[in-house]
Design a protein around this ligand. Structure first.
Ligand code: ZN
Length: 301
């Protein structure tokens, strides 16, 4: 019997990554293209898989890690849909249904950040943890939560980027989140940095006050997440975290905000191993999507 051929889609708000592989870390063909209208983008992905099948034989299963919010509830009629996304063209798009109908294979589905968390968990910075957080700080703030080696869903799925934060006394910025104003994303994602300081973060010097303020907000969010989810590690990637000077300041503020209450050396002494940059930064999402495909391979359609 031939080896199952896995297909994966990392469906991001700005770009799609599609790949086929026999193992999640051994990609045979990969393509990346910008996210356009749902029909155009999904058709392009489908055509890529069809070309791969011509060359490699039939695909056995598909995994999709999608931007959201998405409906993951198997009992819901909208399961497999992108739902109330601010990317209006994509609101109420049945992304799983589109591929299931055309490819006739089992489809595994989760959020893009949960997929990336699974990828980092199996093959990256979370490999020695069973309960950890994966955060991405870029044009938004997204978070995947893995508990006992499974992506946490619950009622919907965690949206840790929208935790409410208290504005710092010297910061009068109103926040960018259309839902909450001054939530973590509204105060600390890339667009908030750009609007508050009048230029994108990448143009601000390393010692600009923006970075200490950024560390302060991120640490507030992290304190809430440490207290509620008790992660064994926090993996933080995305464009903003390339400013590596944020890390030491953020670790200091996290310790301060927790006030000695979580009395573990990971918090009080060894935060360099506790809050880390991803190991598979640009590949974590597609690796996770292929893991979702592996998970449903051989299961019913
Ligand atoms: Zn928000």
């Amino acid at each position: 019997m031939s080896k199952p051929l896995l297909a994966g889609i990392e469906a991001g708000g700005t770009k799609f990554v599609c790949a086929v592989a026999y193992s999640p870390v051994d990609i045979i063909r990969e393509t990346r293209f910008p996210t356009a209208s749902p029909k155009e983008t999904m058709t392009r992905a489908y055509e890529f898989f069809r070309d791969c099948e011509r060359e490699l034989g039939p695909i056995t299963s598909l995994g999709i890690g999608s931007f959201g919010p998405v409906d993951l509830d198997p009992a819901s009629p909208a399961c497999g849909h992108i739902t109330s996304t601010p990317k209006l063209q994509w609101a109420d798009t049945d992304i799983v249904g589109f591929f299931k109908k055309r490819m006739n294979v089992p489809v595994g589905f989760d959020t893009d950040t949960n997929a990336a968390a699974l990828g980092e968990g199996r093959y990256g910075a979370g490999r020695d943890c069973d309960t950890f957080l994966y955060l991405t700080i870029g044009t938004g703030i997204g978070g995947g939560v893995v508990v006992d080696n499974r992506a946490l869903h619950g009622l919907v799925h965690p949206e840790v980027g929208h935790i409410r934060v208290v504005p710092r006394r010297d910061d009068t910025f109103a926040g960018t989140c259309p839902f909450h104003g001054t939530c973590l994303e509204g105060m600390a994602a890339g667009p908030a940095i750009q609007q508050r300081w009048g230029k994108p973060g990448i143009e601000l010097p390393e010692d600009h006050p923006a970075w200490d303020l950024e560390a302060w907000y991120l640490a507030q969010g992290l304190a809430a997440m440490v207290l509620t989810l008790s992660p064994q590690r926090i993996i933080m990637g995305g464009g903003v975290m390339h400013q590596s000077q944020i890390f030491p300041a953020m670790r200091g503020y996290l310790k301060e905000f927790l006030g000695g209450y979580v009395d573990r050396p990971e918090i009080t002494e060894e935060q360099e191993d506790y809050i880390v940059f991803p190991e598979r930064e640009n590949q974590a999402g597609i690796t996770g999507a292929l893991l979702l495909a592996e998970d449903v391979a051989g299961k019913g359609k």
